[in-house]
Design a protein around this ligand. Structure first.
Ligand code: LLP
Length: 383
């Protein structure tokens, strides 16, 4: 148990569950990613969907990150928290007119287009404002991200992106849609990718698509390879800061950019996951047949990842030094899927103990719901 107990003890009287963010870890992560990117001239757009807490966003944008947004509200929140609109990319297969207008009014960097009908709509809305929208084509490269099927996005059967067999139509459309300007190719094949060979495969696909557009007279200034870098959920303290140097090196070694082309990334999880924990209190320890249940006051409404993706979050008892026992750690919600993990070794646990669910900074707070009319968890910070 390496998490700082003194910090948690500070919140003994705080209502649980709450998200706890160590802003020092966030700053170190942001700095590591930015330094490695700057060395290579890469541009980073933080994927706001991973965590849109204003305190975190302000730190990330103050360090010079752009934003990768997937809704009009994410665009507005990111701008409120200091992002330069010229560094905002706007992705998603179902952008509404209101959201597209938000992007146009703020002259964002690019709309990542996911279909021909969407291109037509953005052109129509841009024309109505007398503007030219800068767009990127999100290409579905048909690459297997080798991650959970729900967070795999780059296979031809997924709903994302435009596939190679539609490129001729895209080019025809681009000629006709004179309020659109194609400036970039965009890719994102999935999330929580830990096998670097997946990114090497992405690079080889990007190279051929980049060449294809080049040969047809497109002088594109940008290539965006999305996000996806995974983190260590098993042993977070051993890898608090992801290995950005090795990640970027894959692109440096495998991607062929044309002179003047800039490479963009959209990291989400790798920036914010390890700085956050969901802190919960033990309500009851209930005797089971072969092992006991630790019933905590956090549930799947606060952190849905284990229920939705069978995701593993390292669990620690912050209040006990007793020898370990094996428990199932469950929440209070009326569903069997409301289980954080089975067969968890925990220091012997009793009512009132603080339990930390680690690596919860990404896709935790943002995915919280009010299921069972529960409250959305509060957030606490340490510098
Ligand atoms: N760019 C695009 C176009 C994306 O769709 C995503 C994530 C990212 C960037 C950021 O990917 P990251 O660096 O965070 O892997 N709720 C799931 C993850 C969903 C990811 C969706 N797209 C989870 O809890 O694991």
């Amino acid at each position: 148990m390496k998490m700082n107990r003194a910090i948690i003890e500070k919140w003994t009287d705080t209502v649980t569950p709450f998200y706890y963010y160590d802003l020092n870890i966030l700053k170190q992560t942001v700095e590591a990613a930015k330094n490695e990117a700057d060395k290579r001239g890469y541009v980073l757009h933080y994927a706001t969907k991973a965590n849109a807490n204003p305190k975190l966003l302000k730190i990330i944008f103050a360090a010079g990150f752009g934003a990768d947004c997937v809704s009009g509200n994410e665009i507005l929140r990111s701008m409120e928290c200091g992002v330069d609109p010229e560094l905002i990319t706007f992705a998603g297969v179902g952008k509404t007119d209101v959201e597209i207008n938000t992007g146009l009014d703020n002259s964002i960097f690019t709309f990542n287009c996911e279909s021909i009908p969407e291109m037509e709509n953005i052109d129509r809305l841009a024309k109505a404002k007398g503007k030219t929208a800068h767009v990127s084509i999100r290409i579905n490269p048909d690459v297997d991200a080798k991650t959970h099927e729900y967070i795999s996005t780059g296979k031809k059967e997924n709903k994302f992106g435009i596939s190679a067999w539609d490129f001729d139509k895209v080019i025809e459309k681009l000629k006709a849609l004179d309020s659109l300007k194609l400036i970039s190719l965009h890719f994102h094949v999935g999330s929580q990718i830990t096998d670097m060979s997946v990114f090497a495969e992405v690079c080889s696909r990007v190279n051929s698509f980049n060449q294809w557009f080049r040969e047809r007279g497109f002088d594109l200034g940008h290539v965006n390879v999305g996000g996806g870098l995974g983190i260590d959920y098993q042993t977070p303290d051993e890898n608090l800061i992801p290995d950005f140097a090795s990640y970027f090196a894959v692109f440096e070694q495998n991607l062929k950019l044309y002179p003047g082309q800039k490479l963009h990334f959209e990291p989400g999880r790798s920036i914010v996951a390890q700085c956050g924990s969901l802190i919960s209190r033990v309500l009851y320890v209930k005797e089971g047949k072969s092992k006991d249940f630790v019933i905590v006051d956090a549930g799947m409404s606060d952190l849905i990842r284990p229920a939705l993706y069978h995701a593993h979050h390292h669990i620690e008892n912050l209040s006990s030094n007793a020898p370990e026992k094996i428990y199932d750690v469950v929440g209070p919600i009326c569903e069997s899927s409301d289980c954080f993990d089975r067969d968890v070794p925990l220091a012997e646990t009793k009512r009132g103990d603080f339990i930390a669910l680690r690596s919860a900074g990404a896709y935790g707070e943002v995915m919280a719901s009010q299921y069972n009319l529960r409250s959305i968890p509060d957030s606490m910070f340490s510098e």
